[in-house]
Design a protein around this ligand. Structure first.
Ligand code: GDP
Ligand code: MG
Length: 438
C-alpha cells in the first residue's frame, strides 16, 4: 500500500500542472491501493469524496502547493478514519476494572491478553488473568504458561465446562485479591457462529466488563469489516487490538475495524513474544501505511539492532545512500540473530514488503552471506558495483563454492537495497518536519 500511494503522489510530483485529470489519476491509484490493502470499498469511496472536497482545484488560490495539499488531505483523511472521536476506557489503578477479550479463534486473544496484562503490570497495575475459554482443549494450559512467564496470577479450570461460571469465579477471586485489572480471555470459533456470539453475550452479561477488546488478526483481508461488525453487534466492543502486524499484513484492516466498531485501535501486536506489543499511535501508523516512514520508531529500533556508538553514523549513511555491501552483510547477520530488524526495515519509507520479499527465507540469507564471505574487504566496503567485473565474480563464486548466478543474485539484491536506501531521502524530509508536523 505504502509503495503504491507514495508512487501515485510521486507521479503527481512529476506532472508540471496539476489539473483535474492528474488529480483523478492520483486518486484512482490510491483507491486501488487502499482496496488491495483490505480497506473496505465503502470507506475508500467515502475517502475519495472527502479528498475531492478538500482539494477543490478550482478554488485553490494560485501559488499554493497543490501537491502538498493533496498529500495532506490523504494523510488527514486516513488519520480521521482511524480516530473514532472518543478514547477507549482506561483502567484506573487501585480500583478493579474488568476487561474482556473477544475475537475469532487464532486471532491472538490469549497471547494478547498476556501482553496487555504484562504491559500494565510494568506500569504498576496489578493484573489477573481469567481463562474463560472452555471450547478449545489446551486453552487453559496456554494461558497458564503465558501468565507464569510474565508472573501474572491466573485463574481457570480443567474440568468446568461453563465459561460463564469460570469467568464469574475468576473475576470474584481477583477482586478479593485486590487486582485492579481483571482480564477475561474468552473462546473463539473458526467461523462467526451464533453459538459463539451467544457465549460472548452471556460472559459479558455475567461479568459486566468495563471494556471489551476486539482482537483482530491483521491478515484476514477484506473480511475485517464484517467480522468486526459482527462482534460489535453482539457485545459492546470499546477498543480494538490488531495482531500480527509483523507479518505481511496490510494495515487496511485497522481502518475497517475502527469504522465497524466505532472504537479506537489501542495496541498492535508485532510478534509472538510478550514485549512485541506497541501502543497504537495514529499518525506514525498512517505515515507507515503511506510509506513515509516513522522516524521516531526507526530510531528506537535502530537502538535495538545497531551498537550505540555506531547509530548516528549508520543513520547518516543510510540517508545519504552510502550503503555498502558490508552493511548488507551486517543486516543479514542481525536478521538471523534476532529478527527485530525486519520491523526496523518496515519502518523505512517505502520499504517493508520489498525489503524482505516472501520466500526470502533464512536459507537464502545464509546463501547470500556465504557468497559475501568470499569477498575481499575492499569489495565489501565499496559501494560501487562496477568494481565487480567478470573475473572477480568468477573468483567469488569459486571461493564460496557457489555458481556465478548466485553471485549475480547477491549483486542484484545489493542493487535493490541501495536503490531503496537512496529513496530514504524521505528520512531527511521527516527530519525537516515536512509531513511529520501534521
Ligand atoms: P486465540 O485463539 O485468539 O487465543 O489466539 P492465540 O493467542 O492462541 O494466537 C494464535 C497464534 O497467533 C499463536 O501461535 C500466537 O503465537 C500467534 N500470535 C498472536 N499474536 C501475534 C503477533 O502479534 N504476531 C505474530 N507473529 N504471531 C502472533
Ligand atoms: Mg485463546
Amino acid at each position: 500500500l505504502g509503495g503504491r500511494i507514495t508512487h501515485a503522489i510521486h507521479q503527481m510530483r512529476n506532472v508540471t500542472v496539476i489539473d483535474e485529470k492528474a488529480m483523478n489519476e492520483c486518486l484512482n491509484e490510491i483507491t486501488r491501493a487502499l482496496l488491495q490493502s483490505d480497506v473496505s470499498f465503502s470507506l475508500v469511496k467515502e475517502m475519495q469524496t472527502n479528498i475531492k472536497k478538500i482539494v477543490n482545484l478550482q478554488h485553490l488560490a494560485a501559488g499554493h502547493n497543490k501537491r502538498r495539499i493533496i498529500e495532506q488531505a490523504i494523510f488527514g483523511e486516513l488519520c480521521k478514519m482511524l480516530d473514532p472521536g472518543k478514547p477507549a476506557f482506561a483502567p484506573k489503578k487501585a480500583k478493579p476494572s474488568i476487561v474482556m477479550f473477544v475475537g475469532l479463534q487464532g486471532a491472538g486473544k490469549t497471547t494478547t491478553c498476556t501482553k496487555y496484562a504484562y504491559y500494565h503490570q510494568k506500569k504498576g497495575y496489578k493484573p489477573g488473568l481469567v481463562c474463560a475459554d472452555t471450547y478449545r482443549a489446551g486453552a487453559f494450559d496456554q494461558l497458564k504458561q503465558n501468565a507464569t512467564k510474565a508472573k501474572i496470577p491466573f485463574y481457570g479450570s480443567y474440568t468446568e465446562s461453563d465459561p460463564v461460571k469460570i469467568a464469574v469465579e475468576g473475576v470474584d477471586r481477583f477482586k478479593k485479591e485486590k487486582c485492579d485489572l481483571i482480564i477475561v480471555d474468552t473462546s473463539g470459533r473458526h467461523k462467526q457462529e451464533a453459538s459463539l456470539f451467544e457465549e460472548m453475550r452471556q460472559v459479558a452479561e455475567a461479568t459486566k466488563p468495563d471494556l471489551v477488546i476486539f482482537v483482530m488478526d491483521s491478515s484476514i483481508g477484506q473480511a475485517a469489516f464484517d467480522q468486526a461488525q459482527a462482534f460489535k453487534q453482539s457485545v459492546a466492543v470499546g477498543a480494538v487490538i490488531i495482531t500480527k502486524m509483523d507479518g505481511h499484513a496490510k494495515g487496511g484492516g485497522a481502518l475497517s475495524a475502527v469504522a465497524a466498531t466505532k472504537s479506537p485501535v489501542i495496541f498492535i501486536g508485532t510478534g509472538e513474544h510478550m514485549n512485541q506489543f506497541e501502543v497504537f499511535d495514529v499518525k506514525p501508523f498512517v505515515r507507515r501505511l503511506l510509506g513515509m516512514g516513522d522516524l521516531s520508531g526507526l530510531v528506537d529500533k535502530l537502538q535495538d539492532v545497531v551498537p550505540k556508538d555506531q547509530q548516528a553514523e549508520y543513520l547518516e549513511k543510510i540517508s545519504k545512500g552510502n550503503f555498502s555491501m558490508r552493511m548488507m552483510y551486517d543486516q543479514y547477520q542481525s536478521c538471523l540473530n534476532s529478527g527485530p530488524l525486519n520491523q526496523f526495515y518496515s519502518m523505512l519509507p517505502g520499504m517493508s514488503a520489498q525489503m524482505m520479499p516472501e520466500g526470502e527465507s533464512e536459507s537464502k540469507i545464509k546463501r547470500y552471506m556465504t557468497v559475501m564471505d568470499s569477498m575481499t574487504n575492499e569489495e565489501l566496503d565499496s559501494s560501487n558495483l562496477k568494481a565487480f567485473n567478470e573475473s572477480r565474480i568468477i573468483r567469488i563464486a569459486r571461493g564460496s563454492g557457489r555458481i556465478v548466478r548466485d553471485v549475480m543474485e547477491v549483486l542484484e539484491q545489493y542493487k535493490r537495497m541501495t536503490k531503496l536506501f537512496s529513496n530514504v531521502k524521505g528520512l531527511k524530509m521527516l527530519k525537516n518536519g515536512d509531513m511529520s508536523s501534521n
